[in-house]
Design a protein around this ligand. Structure first.
Ligand code: V47
Length: 360
């Protein structure tokens, strides 16, 4: 491979040989002006794993409450109880939202919410049971590690016992949010009330030990440094070496509208593609890298499929967290629109379930 940036040649030697990249390699990739060089290497790795296939899932997002006691500065979705836009859905209301879509082949329910101190532990197990009853054929992918930690404190149970109770009630997978960027500096500045790196990793390790796969994410494009990004990726890679429980990684592009960080400009397309490509190259033990079209837009998500991503996430139906923060992408897409996006990018669309089994 020819590179504009000669610093990439030694990284390419390792990528070709299937060798693990170091912190310094990660820094060289992020710092490189050679976007296409970084992208071509990521595409090489992506094609070795997934050929010409690009995945999507028929999923439905459910955000049961926006009331949250953490109030992270980067979040526009969360609010306090009693404010005009605060809401909390009862179990019956959540059921009704799922039932509105019974004519659609939803395979996964992605459910996350705020830390609402007015809800008790039974609400959460009741919610999972009700969802499993209404949609037995869909996988319930719910709660970030932050919510799991909160539920353990709420229930008075250990982490392992909490996870066992939730699994019994229907929890089958967990999304990857809540770690943001694993740096004490960023944590203290942007989300001091939220659990930190060590607890996030402990929750994930416990969940993986219970046989529940999870995803992982990184929120980029705010105050984090390139060093903090690379060390976040290496920390995830280390945990994956121990547990093998991570399914996919999703870089999340920060949207600042309606947040306390509204002075921060949107991420650029080059940085969005770099994050996809660098994560594919650094996370050699993750099968899947998602280009989350909600955050980077439908058009760039198509391009990201040639920069290391093999999955566009899903139809979603109604996205709230990023749209409250100014996302201009659609709130949801149809199955046909997902397939058109993927074909238009030169890939073969494959509808999957939560565990990447192909849907015939
Ligand atoms: O943890 C919050 C992020 C996450 C903003 O696992 C923001 O399949 C951008 O984790 N701008 C939740 N991002 C979303 C998430 C996710 C999304 C899609 C798929 C999966 C998966 C997981 O959203 C939070 C936080 O990092 N977030 N506010 C914002 N203003």
């Amino acid at each position: 491979m020819e590179f504009i940036d000669s610093a990439l040649a030694s990284v390419w030697d390792k990528v070709k040989a299937g060798q693990r990249l170091t912190f310094e390699d990660g820094m060289a990739l992020y710092a490189s002006p050679d976007l296409s060089g970084v992208g071509r290497m990521a595409d090489f790795v992506r094609r070795k794993r997934h050929g010409n296939i690009a995945y999507y899932v028929y999923n439905q997002h459910v955000n049961y409450t926006n009331v949250c006691s953490n109030r992270c500065t980067f979040c526009a979705f969360a609010t306090d109880e009693g404010t005009g836009n605060a809401y909390t859905w009862s179990v019956e209301e959540v059921k009704a939202r799922l039932m509105e879509r019974m004519d659609e082949p939803v395979r996964e329910i992605h459910m996350v919410g705020g830390l609402n101190e007015n809800l008790d532990f039974d609400y959460f197990t009741g919610l999972l049971k009700a969802m499993a009853e209404v949609r037995p054929e869909a996988t319930i992918k719910a709660f970030t590690a932050v919510e799991i930690d909160y539920l353990s404190r709420l229930s008075g149970l250990s982490l392992a016992e909490t996870v066992a109770e939730l699994k019994d009630a229907g929890l089958a997978m967990m999304p990857g949010g809540g770690a943001e960027v694993m740096s004490e500096r960023v944590h203290d500045e942007l989300f001091p009330k939220k659990i930190g790196r060590d607890r996030w990793l402990e929750v994930m390790e416990t969940v993986h030990a219970a046989g529940i796969p999870t995803n992982a994410t990184m929120l980029y494009g705010h105050i984090e440094t390139l060093e903090e990004r690379v060390s976040h990726l290496i920390t995830l890679r280390d945990l994956q070496d121990r547990t093998g429980g991570f399914s996919s990684f999703i870089p999340l592009a920060f949207h600042s509208k309606n947040t306390k960080l509204s002075h921060i400009p949107p991420t650029g397309g080059v940085d969005d593609l770099k994050n996809v490509a660098v994560s594919r190259l650094m996370l050699d033990n993750f099968d899947h890298i998602k280009a989350y079209w909600v955050m980077i837009g439908e058009k760039l998500a198509q391009v990201a499929l040639s920069f290391g991503a093999d999955d566009l996430d899903g139809t979603i139906i109604e996205e709230r967290i990023t749209h409250t923060a100014g996302a201009t992408s659609a709130k949801g897409l149809t199955r046909a629109e997902m397939a058109v996006m993927i074909r238009g990018a030169g890939f073969e669309p494959v509808e999957r379930d939560s565990f990447y089994n192909h849907i015939a």
